[in-house]
Design a protein around this ligand. Structure first.
Ligand code: CP3
Length: 366
């Protein structure tokens, strides 16, 4: 201390400008929240979509004993799976372990997984009668297990790591519900949008209200920010995006009333105006677009998240992953409001050494 003071006195005496104050230490949670507000940070925060799950051996070990449904419905297990990737990679944010399809399930349309991959809804939503049969009353009661899992994660995670909640966008949920599950080309939702707009709008409205209630439940339980997954946004022709997806996400963001920041991730959508109009604090960018272009298209007041190609995690070598991570970080240098992430979810065959290379490259970026 004495030496430092003497040093500073000498510097002043010589007419040298005083040292800038030492970089204030921020917690990982603060780093994430500051980036979401487009405030300066020491380095971009990092978390990965689908960071929990099949890529981790500790997840696969639990899956030998429990079904996916048991994992997400049992708060202790959901909390454990949420924390696994954070323990391993010290990500700045955890994302609650759940699924976008818990909302259709709470409405009365359950889901299961197919043997060869993909998801299957218990029945297909076809007409107005099916819509009427959805049980919209008290859906938060049926989703209490998510709130319990969030509270559990919060107490285990402590105050230094951010916790994200999430939901699917009405458009993406409607697509699964109308299609009856994953399909090579999901066309039913767009067909309904074109054929019977009134029915499409009724369904979207029900889903919008359900998602708002569900996200409020998550906020009350303690999440720091929300991501809306509009994973099928890219299925929409540009001219239909606003009416079929954008406006419903805007209603959701407005319905949350700025309680916590919202990230809108719309895979494949390029409707910047519509995406900005949602009022989201951050826009997630997929890997099919050059991040430089997204940076150019979006104003400095909105944070950007993305967009490393997830395929690299399975197919490349660690030094390539580190190099590509470094390239994106350099590209965004000086742009306050940047959150490092992939362009889509971590693939199940991602290599651990690649995830380590990615996390290390961001965490050591100076
Ligand atoms: O990001 C995270 O780590 C949090 C957990 C999370 C899961 N699904 C867990 C999961 C999140 C955020 C999701 C979102 C989700 N679920 C989306 C949007 C994001 C995206 O990837 O586009 C969608 C479309 C779904 C619906 C869904 N759930 C599908 C199509 C599948 C895949 C089926 C398959 O066989 O690939 C799931 C299953 C699922 N969701 C798994 C996990 C870890 C795999 C479950 C398992 O087999 O253990």
């Amino acid at each position: 201390m004495q030496d430092l003071l003497a040093d500073e006195t000498k510097r002043r005496a010589c007419g040298v400008a005083p040292r800038p104050p030492a970089r204030t230490e921020v917690t990982r949670r603060e780093r994430m929240l500051r980036a979401l507000q487009c405030l300066p940070v020491d380095r971009p925060p990092v978390w990965l979509m689908r960071q929990a799950g099949r890529c981790l051996q500790e997840y696969r070990a639990l899956r030998e004993k429990y079904s996916f449904r048991q994992l997400i419905r049992t708060p202790e297990l959901a909390a454990e799976v949420t924390l696994q990737p954070v323990r391993r990679f010290q990500f700045d944010a955890a994302i609650i372990f759940s699924d976008i399809l818990v909302v259709p399930e709470a409405l009365g349309q359950g889901f299961s997984f197919r043997e060869g991959g993909g998801v299957e809804m218990d029945h297909v939503l076809r007409d107005r009668n099916d819509l009427r049969r959805l049980n919209t009353v008290g859906i938060t009661d049926r989703l209490q297990y998510v709130a319990s899992a969030i509270r559990r994660v919060k107490s285990e995670l402590g105050p230094d790591t951010a916790l994200l909640g999430f939901a699917g966008s009405p458009w993406t949920l409607a697509s699964f519900m109308l299609e009856g599950g994953s399909a090579p080309a999901q066309t039913k939702a767009l067909q309904l949008f074109r054929r019977d707009r009134a029915l499409f709008d009724s369904l979207s409205e029900e889903l919008t209200l359900a998602v708002i209630e569900f996200l409020r439940l998550q906020i009350t339980a303690g999440v720091d920010a929300i991501q809306i997954f509009d994973s099928l946004g890219g299925l929409l022709p540009a001219e239909d995006f606003e009416e079929a997806s954008g406006r419903w996400m805007r209603t959701i963001v407005a319905g949350l009333g700025e309680q916590v920041p919202v990230i809108v991730y719309s895979k494949g959508a390029r409707n910047w105006k519509s995406l900005l109009q949602t009022g989201a604090q951050a826009i997630g960018i997929d890997h099919e677009i050059d991040l430089a272009e997204a940076k150019q298209q979006l104003p400095a007041t909105v944070a950007i998240q993305g967009n490393l190609d997830p395929g690299l995690l399975a197919n490349a070598e660690p030094r390539q992953v580190a190099a590509e991570t470094g390239r994106l970080l350099e590209l965004m240098r000086g742009r306050d409001g940047y959150i490092f992430n992939l362009g889509h979810g971590v693939p199940p065959d991602a290599k651990m050494e690649n995830l380590e290379a990615l996390a290390g490259a961001v965490q050591n970026f100076a």
